[in-house]
Design a protein around this ligand. Structure first.
Ligand SMILES: Cc1ncc(COP(=O)(O)O)c(C=O)c1O
Length: 450
């Protein structure tokens, strides 16, 4: 059963009637001018101020409504202002927003237990973001690889990381070391030493690069920022067996594809074997910052107090909300909804692919779908926005859809109707040359990938 926000809720009330003056144009809006003057220019932002959301819709400061098929880039899995999330935030904010990891709080333990149940892993460390979880996992892999006779401070024999071409793992130093996109990494060299990239889904390349010096291999079960590319079962299984053979850790980056998005709790659960570490963040606390490292008892046994930590990670407010998020996914049978709505979405997109010849491929699982175009995708994002639809474009040619898990059948239909208009009316630009796509992973036929 999908929930709709409660009318009794006072936060919801204030959200329904936002106080705003007359509509401001982008040029005269002082909030945009301040942002332009005072923020680091790290994003190409759309010139709108988003003010609030309700379920699967977001509203800007002019009152314009958007159907949200981006979900805060896979964060807002319950949409906006879910009444149970709002209730927990209000309750916990009035109790304790932050305590300290020097003490226990009421939610970390129960949340860790629940995540262990979902993942089949044993122990959890709470961080604040995806990239921080990645860096923690790299540290665990180095620790696991270090032999008792290797003195601290020396380079352990087993210190290399393998990651995949076309990967994205975050923005901290460790994470950019294992992120393949050159513009994200090269300006910051020298990076953490020891990382090497394997061609996507290329088992021969994996075998050639895996040896006893590898301490960990990072895999996204479905590459997200890279353009929605699902990892093959053959590749995963080979990575699993090589990691076991060489006593290295298989690390699943589930930050975008995990916690339900594919219709399973974790993306790796479509494979027959488990990773040693799974990393989660984005939807975990329904929009509050929270990430986590999930791992085995064996890996956890290598770490002791003082070796890793965080001030904010695992605070009571975020953990209480995360626990509620996981319960809502179960109570509202959202995995089932994800699978059904995902199938409807793909069926509709396949029909559109038959109509619009510039759609090259449809990839993904559940509610993580990429539509690769043979032409530049950015103009379609702008046109969609103009028509009240939020989507984004990744790797220039792939339109990416990450709608909330609560999306309804009617909203999928609304999306398909809007998206067809967007496809029909957007001026076509720059055909994608093969050379422009040379950085993409090996192309696989995923036209009907489920
Ligand atoms: C697969 C994957 N890993 C890691 C990250 C980094 O997460 P965060 O932005 O929370 O640091 C992202 C973010 O997009 C991601 O998609």
């Amino acid at each position: 059963m999908m929930s709709t926000p409660s009318r009794k809720n006072s936060i919801s009330r204030s959200v329904r009637k936002p106080k705003q003056g007359p509509a401001k144009t982008a040029k005269s809006d002082t909030r945009l001018l301040d942002a332009e003057q005072f923020l680091l220019p790290t994003y190409k932002r759309q010139p709108v101020v988003m003010t609030h959301g309700r379920g699967a819709y977001v509203f800007d400061s002019t009152g314009k409504k958007y159907l949200d098929f981006l979900g805060g880039i896979a964060v807002n899995a319950l949409g906006h202002a879910h009444p149970r999330v709002v209730k927990v935030i209000r309750r916990e904010a009035a109790r304790a927003i932050h305590l300290s990891n020097l003490f226990h709080n009421a939610y970390q333990g129960p949340l860790a237990r629940k995540l262990a149940g979902w993942s089949g892993l044993d122990r959890v460390f709470f961080a604040n973001s995806g990239t921080e979880a990645i860096d923690g996992a790299l540290k665990l892999a180095r620790l696991f690889g270090r032999q008792p006779d290797e003195a601290p401070g020396t380079t352990a024999k087993k210190h290399r990381f393998l990651a995949l071409e076309n990967s994205f793992h975050g923005r901290t130093f460790g994470a950019i070391t294992v992120t393949s996109t050159e513009k994200y990494r090269l300006p910051f060299a020298p990076l953490v030493p020891g990382a090497e990239f394997v061609r996507f889904n290329d088992v021969a390349d994996l075998e050639a690069k895996f040896d006893d010096t590898v301490c960990g291999i990072l895999l996204e079960p479905i590459q997200g920022e890279g353009g929605i590319y699902p990892l093959s079962e053959v590749f995963w299984n080979r990575a699993r067996s090589l990691a076991t053979q060489h006593s290295a850790l298989l690390i699943a980056d589930e930050i975008q594809c995990g916690l339900g998005r594919t219709g399973r709790f974790f993306g790796y659960q479509k494979f027959s074997s488990k990773p040693d570490i799974a990393l989660i963040a984005k939807p975990l606390a329904a929009g509050l910052p929270l990430g986590a490292i999930l791992t085995t008892e064996e890996v956890a046994s290598r770490i002791s107090p003082g070796m890793h930590g965080t001030t904010f990670g695992g605070g009571p407010l975020a953990c209480a909300v995360a626990l509620e998020f996981l319960k809502i996914v179960e109570d509202e049978k959202l995995l089932e909804n994800i699978r059904m709505r995902g199938a409807e979405l793909r069926d509709g997109l396949m029909k559109l692919a038959a109509k619009f010849s510039f759609i090259r491929e449809i990839r993904g699982e559940g509610l993580m779908i990429g539509v690769e175009l043979s032409i530049d995708g950015a103009p379609f994002v702008s046109e969609a926005m103009r028509r009240g639809l939020l989507i984004n474009c990744t790797h220039d040619f792939t339109l990416r859809f990450l709608p909330p898990f609560i999306i309804t059948r009617a909203q999928v239909r609304e999306f398909l109707r809007l998206f067809e208009i967007v496809l029909a009316t957007t001026p076509r630009q720059i055909p994608a040359s093969d050379s422009a796509k040379s950085g993409d992973p090996q192309r696989v036929a995923h036209a009907t990938a489920r």
